[in-house]
Design a protein. Sequence first.
Length: 336
Amino acid sequence: MIVLGLETSCDETGVALLDSERGVLAHALHSQVDMHRDFGGVVPELASRDHIRRLLPLVRRTLTEAGVALPQVDAIAVTAGPGLVGALLVGASFGHALGFALGRPVIDVHHMEGHLLSPLLAQPKPTFPFVALLVSGGHTQLMRVDGFGAYRLLGETQDDAAGEAFDKTAQLLGLGYPGGPAVSRLAEFGVPDAFAFPRPMLHSRDLHFSFSGLKTAVLTAVRNAGNLCEQVRADIARGFVDAVVDVLVRKSLAALDQTGLRRLVVAGGVGANDQLRQALKQAAAQAGAELFFPPLALCTDNGAMIAMAGLARLQAGAAEQSLAFGVRPRWPLGGS
């Protein structure tokens, strides 16, 4: 079975073809980073218009690279939420119209479920049950995953997501948008413990997160430093990254201990962070736990993860053939 996955939830247009037997046949991605950089963040109207321009050419390109004709597609999976309403409508309307024209089922997919299942596209892949750390620009959550659709929230951020904190720290350090990769690169040149930033909620005895206080601590450090030289900027970046990584690693290990599980899956854009990956690998090895990441190319938003989640839902009997559709800009994972 071949599933066409379409991802347009925010500022990246992703298309992929997934074969249930052979895996990902081809995938294509267009990032709008350059377009939004001058504004310091995503402009929803610009994002929606760019998805309209990019989606059809990317679908054609993906079909060509996979050597698949459109009538060979057995089902279409679209991101229905959460995300920017205009951006979601582009992919959903395209996917449902295409499904109706071809007489193929269309599956609405939760964006974060796509991230959650993306490590299943790697080799080796995890088996159920496992604990998942979902960490991205808009989400920081720990989930217990017992199977497809069987998700239980263990903890989540009470304010900023980790990715948001990265972007805000980048702005404070004059690194522009998007900030995560730039902060991580700069941190490599920083002196450990030159800035001892707080680890919010590290000892809260629950699995929730908070990053707003850390952001404020970075702001205070920048103001107190006055004229920032390159080394001080690197030291601040190092202190920030170390604090975020420390919290994410220790909360993830606490989730394993509380659930009694020994498998940890890490997904979402921040999951590509090298410092986080290395710290998690070391901590998991010491704890005797298995650790799984999606391929680096599939850490950010992409069509392959949507196709993966769509295939799982299709096999569970969730699909429709109708011109009626809707999107859900706010959609709790596991909610209706």
